[in-house]
Write a protein that binds this ligand. Structure first.
Ligand code: FEO
Ligand code: CA
Ligand code: CA
Ligand code: CA
Length: 617
């Protein structure tokens, strides 16, 4: 690793060493690692009494095909892929794994980000259905790929967003069949294009010559929730559904930056079954995906809107805060190796009770630049700073705009979370095997340093920052690392992780992060679950809780085999914590979560409660 490390950079060791506590770096890896690693550590001395804030005893790592929770907590399944939302729908069939028709009436696959909404005393959950695992989804087909037109219809219906009412009876939460709020949004649902890019020539297609109305949303990963009660679904790896029937078709460089290829890499087959996914025939179609989609979950007939002002990239989540001025600030990561961290600042101000429905249509985009001095700045993306022709173009070619201003290439920014107790924001940087080795897709270098301090980063880290003057609109900020994940039982250099990582709480690849109202950070992992080598002793993917004040991290939950832990949400009384269990048994065959026996593994949402009926987080 040493060969990739920058030495003798501009960071002043004297001033930084006071702020830092990571003995590992002073003792070992720090020598090889350079000054940037000194930012790791906790801000305050750890006090034993602070551990009481967690309210649970940590659980050990596990490789079991079930949910592991601390003593005093229990779980049950609320909803799984293929569960019908209407009484006229079919029950999930473990042999066929459903049809196009049954899937259109049922919860989609691979639940990810989610949020809870209330109407009177009714509870409405909005949940992203990110993608499908072909091996599981088409487990009834010898090829493990779509083989018929109905197979394609089924996949498009398993993507998008599921909105449904749930209710608690006898202590157990379940779906309210036929609720007027139940709704499926799929890869074929009509969606409006709003904001600066609406109608732009790059968004015009044969089917939509005005560039204002598109069809469907897919690969929705993390989410957001607005103060006015709407849901934000964030389009991430939208590119893999496109392919070209003409193999010789030269993919334009602007599409290459977003990973569009002529080959159907995973075998989704959408470009065969639905011509709009064929880029040689409809080269502007990919420009209509990669946005944040706003959905009103309490108005089931409302048309979802793509908010192009929030930029086009592989959106992870959208963390919405209200600045002191009343303007809306949305923090967003672009999850790809060496891509960027963004914020949007609305032009208009939020006024409670007023019509705020189009606040996300007008405003400015900024991208983060981090210095090794623990300072950073938000660089405005404007025609003047980027050399682009218009604001609309910046909203479509956002990655290229960020490259033009020299933003910091990051270790795959996943979720962003704002601390409810102070003006401080966190972002999970999940891992980056290319760090210090390969440029990003735009050719920008990915030097080791700043918040990305490890070459060929296998474990990931969480960066946090405080805007100057505790104002989300400030362009300056101070940053440090809350944690560097690692394995201290295998490594003694920087790969051991920061000081707040030990044999009992180690993990890799932080992904979803969300604050509870009590100011603790819930960290979910999407990492390597081989439990060998670098990852020995980490077990299955898991959820941990971090204390921002002390830096302590404690493992709360372990998921079943080959899963990822995704979105979380709370009941209004905070007595139930809902957690997303995505793609158990994703490699096919090893998991039967949650139904057991020989069943098909199904992505699910679980409800966690305390035996004593108390609140959680
Ligand atoms: Fe869908 Fe970046 O995770
Ligand atoms: Ca994720
Ligand atoms: Ca991830
Ligand atoms: Ca995933």
């Amino acid at each position: 690793m040493g060969g990739n490390v920058r030495e003798g950079d501009e960071t002043d060791f004297e001033s930084l060493s006071n702020q830092l506590l990571s003995r590992r770096y002073f003792a070992g890896g720090g020598l090889a690692f350079g000054a940037s690693a000194f930012v790791v550590g906790t801000l305050a001395p750890v006090s034993i009494s602070a551990a009481g804030r967690f309210g649970f005893q940590p659980v050990k790592a596990s490789t079991l095909d079930t949910i592991t929770l601390p003593k005093g907590f229990r779980w049950s399944v609320v909803a799984s892929w293929g569960d019908s939302l209407w009484s006229d729908g079919a029950q999930f069939d473990h042999q066929t794994r459903g049809t196009g028709a049954s899937q259109e009436r049922a919860i989609g696959d691979n639940n990810d980000g989610m949020a809870m909404f209330r109407e009177g005393d009714r509870n409405i959950l909005a949940v992203n259905n990110e993608y499908v695992n072909l091996k599981v989804f088409y487990g009834n087909r010898a090829s493990r790929k779509p083989e018929t037109a109905d197979d394609l219809r089924k996949a498009k219906a398993a993507h998008g967003v599921s909105v449904f009412e749930i209710a608690q009876e006898g202590g157990t939460w379940s779906i309210v069949n036929d609720s007027p709020f139940n709704r499926r949004i799929t890869a074929d649902t009509p969606i409006e294009i709003n904001g600066p890019a609406r109608g732009h020539p790059l968004l015009r297609t044969t089917a939509d010559p005005g560039g204002t109305n598109t069809k469907g949303t897919w690969n929705n990963c993390g989410n957001g929730r607005t103060p006015w009660g709407t849901y934000l679904a964030c389009e991430e790896n939208f590119n893999v559904y496109f392919a070209s029937s003409d193999e010789a078709y030269p993919i334009p460089s602007a599409l290459k930056r977003y990973g569009i290829k002529s080959k159907d890499k995973y075998g989704y087959g959408w470009a065969i079954g639905d011509e709009r996914f064929d880029v040689s025939k409809h080269p502007n179609e990919p420009n209509r995906a990669g946005y944040v989609v706003e959905i009103d979950p309490l108005r089931p007939t409302s048309t979802p809107k793509k908010r192009t002002a929030l930029g086009r990239f592989k959106h992870e989540n959208a963390e919405v805060v209200i600045a002191d001025s009343g303007r809306i600030v949305v923090y967003m990561g672009d999850d790809e190796r060496g891509e960027f961290l963004y914020k949007f600042v609305s032009e208009e101000r939020y006024v409670e009770g007023d019509d705020n429905s189009d606040l996300l249509d007008k405003g400015n985009l900024y991208v983060a630049k981090f210095a090794d001095t623990l300072r950073g700045e938000w660089l405005a993306l404007t025609p003047a700073t980027t050399g682009m022709n218009s604001h609309a173009e910046i909203c479509i070619h956002t990655r290229q705009a960020a490259s033009a201003v020299g933003a910091t290439t990051m270790d795959r920014p996943e979720w962003v979370a704002a601390n409810p107790k102070k003006t401080e924001i966190y972002c999970a940087l999940t891992n980056n095997r290319d760090r210090g080795k390969k440029p990003n897709k735009g050719g920008d270098a990915t030097p080791v340093g700043g918040p990305n301090p490890r070459a060929e980063n296998k474990f990931g880290q969480i960066v946090r920052w405080t805007p100057d003057g505790a104002d989300h609109e400030s362009t300056g900020f101070s940053w440090n690392l809350f944690v560097m994940a690692g394995n201290p039982t295998v490594h003694s250099d920087a790969r051991a992780g920061s000081d707040n990582i030990d044999a009992d709480n180690m993990f890799n690849s932080p992904d979803g992060i969300t604050f509870g109202t009590n100011g603790l950070l819930w960290i979910r992992t999407d990492g390597n679950y081989r439990n060998r080598g670098d990852y020995a002793g980490m077990g299955n993917n898991q959820m941990l809780v971090g204390n921002p004040e002390t830096g302590q991290i404690r493992r709360f939950m372990v998921g079943p085999k080959e899963c990822e832990i995704t979105g979380i949400a709370w009941s209004t009384d905070h007595k139930t914590l809902f957690v997303g269990i995505q793609h158990p048994g994703e490699k096919g065959g090893t998991s039967h979560f949650p139904d057991g026996g020989d069943s098909t593994p199904r992505s699910s949402i679980i409800a966690i409660t305390r035996d004593d009926g108390g609140t959680i987080g």
